[in-house]
Design a protein around this ligand. Structure first.
Ligand code: C2E
Ligand code: CA
Ligand code: CA
Ligand code: CA
Length: 279
């Protein structure tokens, strides 16, 4: 990207100029959106593959802009990340997530775990641990019900710092999952370096599990490897019964995907996770 410091002149083609302009516009709208409370957390169920009961959920950000409508995180997260806005947004997400866990405790949903995505910038800035300490102390929630998902590539940006961060998180009893497993460095050495609890097999491998023998082998081997290291495994993007059967046969612990539930607004997820509670 052509991000240059102040005072550095840079020539853009008209097309680039437009792209840059649109980016700046979106960035401004993001800041405004945070102030105007245009963000919402959706929850996607995570289920136990052996009996399909709901174990918890992954929190996924949604942005409803008054004019643009629903903007996909794939579009706004990279901009938020690059502009630094992700720090404020990420703090908001964590605060909301802990608030949910706190509410669930007194609403008969106290067994549910909540997974939150961390961006690279959040991991490597210094604000995360103090924020978590404050949220945990104020809420009194069980830290083991909070899981933080960090992507392989974010962790590998600065392996030493990541290692330290993951150790600090786990010292607090917070769970850690490696997201998008298999898409980044494909070096497995970091599994030895990082203290983690769970591996999330990327949707890219799950998608063609039935048709691509290589993907089937990779997924089966990943599950076996994780288990031999004492880690749990969750598969993301499970859309068919055949995928679910394959994963269950390979002893994958948990799964997440449209087959079981789409990301849902909080009340709809709560009803899905505990139908008796429907109000
Ligand atoms: P991710 O962490 O890999 O999240 C999984 C994505 O797969 C979600 O997309 C989810 O809606 C989608 N998905 C779940 N099940 C299925 C399925 O069966 N089939 C298909 N085709 N897709 C499925 P979503 O919600 O659009 O989020 C996209 C990405 O944006 C996330 O990928 C994550 O990297 C990022 N993101 C979302 N919320 C946050 C957040 O609060 N903080 C940060 N830093 N990133 C976030
Ligand atoms: Ca994730
Ligand atoms: Ca993922
Ligand atoms: Ca993914």
């Amino acid at each position: 990207a052509k991000t240059q410091g102040r005072g550095n002149f840079q020539f853009f083609s008209p097309a680039m100029n437009r792209a840059t302009h649109e980016r700046l516009l979106l960035e401004n709208r993001l800041w405004q959106g945070l102030e105007q409370r245009e963000f919402e957390l959706y929850l996607q169920a995570q289920i136990d593959l052996s009996d399909r009961h709901v174990i918890g959920a992954e929190a996924l950000l949604r942005w409803h802009h008054p004019e643009l409508g629903m903007v996909s995180p794939d579009r706004f997260i990279p901009i938020a990340e690059e502009s630094g806005l992700i720090l404020a947004l990420g703090d908001w997400v964590l605060q909301e997530a802990v608030g949910l866990l706190q509410r669930w405790r007194s609403a008969g949903l106290g067994h549910l775990r909540l997974a939150v995505n961390l961006s690279a910038r959040q991991c490597h800035g210094g604000g995360l641990l103090p924020l978590l300490d404050r949220l945990l102390a104020d809420s009194g929630i069980d830290p083991a019900l909070l899981e933080l998902e960090i992507t392989e590539s974010a962790a590998m940006q600065d392996p030493e710092r990541s290692r330290e961060l993951l150790r600090e998180l786990r010292a607090r009893g917070i769970k850690v999952a490696i997201d998008d497993f298999g898409t980044g460095y494909s070096s497995l050495s970091y599994l030895k370096l990082f203290e983690i609890d769970r591996i999330k097999i990327d949707r890219g491998f799950v998608k063609d599990i039935e048709s691509d023998p290589n993907d089937a082998v990779i997924v089966a081997a990943t599950i076996a490897l994780a288990h031999s290291l004492g880690l749990e495994v969750i598969a993301e993007g499970v859309e068919t019964e055949a995928q679910s059967d394959f994963l269950r046969n390979k002893r994958c612990d948990e799964a997440q995907g449209y087959l079981f539930a789409r990301p849902l607004p909080v009340p709809a997820f709560e009803e899905f996770a505990h139908p008796a509670l429907a109000s």
